[in-house]
Design a protein around this ligand. Structure first.
Ligand code: CA
Ligand code: CA
Length: 154
């Protein structure tokens, strides 16, 4: 079933959830962290026609040391305005520890395949989750995605 057919099927409930859908949902368990799609860029415009990588930084803080993240545990999935989630997750191609926002605290900058994330005109956000090496505690963060070029109001 194509995305178009799914969207048509979802139209009766779309009006109800459109308002809710503008809030980035966090459905993954664990504590919440801040992530930044395309660090240094806002809004997070993503060209749906081009392949390549999408950088997503997991931002460190005074209470969150990104070097404690088990990099093999990191995964992401995209969310859609029609609330139909892709059933599979995407693992990063690679991650590097760096300070992406210049606040003096290390962040973990991960590159995901845009193709694997299946970003289309219905995509409105991304959730990144993982666990910490020492404790096994999971974390998750969400950020918005603005797919382009797409109709503004569907
Ligand atoms: Ca950004
Ligand atoms: Ca930083």
């Amino acid at each position: 079933m194509t995305r178009t057919k799914i969207a048509l099927f979802a139209i009766p409930i779309l009006a109800t959830i459109m308002v809710v859908a503008t809030i980035p949902p966090v459905f993954a368990p664990g504590f919440e962290v801040e992530i930044d799609v395309k660090p240094g860029s806002d809004p997070n415009s993503v060209n749906t026609n081009s392949k390549g990588v999408l950088p997503v930084a997991i931002l460190g803080s005074e209470i969150f040391d990104v070097t404690q993240i088990d990099q093999s545990s990191i995964f992401a999935y995209t969310t859609s305005v029609d609330f139909i989630f892709d059933a599979w997750v995407t693992f990063p191609l690679r991650c590097s520890v760096e300070d992406v926002n210049g606040d003096g605290i290390l962040d973990l900058n991960c590159k995901f395949s845009k193709e694997e994330l299946m970003i289309d005109c219905w995509t409105n956000g991304i959730i990144v989750s993982g666990t910490l090496v020492s404790s096994g505690i999971s974390f998750a963060g969400s950020d918005t995605i603005r797919p382009v070029p797409c109709e503004e109001d569907f």
